[in-house]
Ligand binder design. Sequence first.
Ligand code: CO
Ligand code: CO
Ligand code: CO
Length: 346
Amino acid sequence: MESNVKLTKLAECAGCGAKVGAGVLAELLGDLEVLEDPDLLVGFDRSDDASVYRISDDLAIVQTVDFFPPITDDPYTFGQIAAANAMSDVYAMGGEPKLALNIMAVPADLPREAVHGILRGGYEKAREAGVIISGGHSIIDREPKYGLSVTGFVRPDRVLTNSGAKPGDVLFLTKPLGTGILTTAAKVGMTAAEDHARALEMMKKLNRDARDIMVKYHVHACTDVTGFGLLGHSTEMAQGSGVEIHIESEKVPVLPGTEALAKMGILPEGMYRNRNFAQNAVEEGGTELALQDMFYDPQTSGGLLIAVDPADADALENELKSKVPEAARIGTVRTYSGGKRIFLHA
Ligand code: CO
Ligand code: CO
Ligand code: CO
């Protein structure tokens, strides 16, 4: 399956770690004008996962785009992960992805079978999700990149944003953390083979089951945990919702092998960017540094962070157990007391 080109050797930084920092992005877009339209239900201003535009009272389209350099050497696996990651933003809004377009950049001398492998991974994942890839655009570039622009559907009254969390809500995270640390360490041969395989497995997994289950319950807010890490995305949710978030550090699911690497200081550059962005809003509460680092670790194709009404928390937890066994209850939402937004409890 693995072609003889080392894809990750061609990438300057891996996966969602390649994202521009949240603070920087907000500054760059701050003074640019966008048309106002009452049917644009979700736009950039709320730092959400995807934009949502109302077509009628029962139909809105969800649009998103995501692409990045190779996070693994196997083209087919890279294609699968990039596609699962791109579709995730539609699931995070409570929507169902339906159409997609390829976005691809490849070096002129990348072997044909490697390019084909990337596309095969993307098409296969899209097919699994019930998504039609109907076209796309490719360019020649020194660094390979792949992803999808995805369009989905959602009922306008069922859109889930990251800004609806309410005091009392229970928080769930549906995939373990650590993909940034494990893939960074894998580039220098420091990730155990089985730990690397598990990380790839989790990144390939669609957030569809988590979405299909969550929409049956009274969920107030949702986002997927990707480039800004658990604490970056939690901070956005807390700020956007006007609440504070309390996380039980020991309850947060983490991929095997991650903690040992974090303790050795094997950390992706994106971790430091995420820490710089969010740390003023975070009260560490005695949580050890290695755990904090894992909570700032940029994720690729991470899980959903779900804030659910406490009355539905047990039922949601039970139903997640069958199809999303990695999901865990990690904390609660509380009334904002005016200080920090995120409280870690060791
Ligand atoms: Co997202
Ligand atoms: Co995204
Ligand atoms: Co959302």
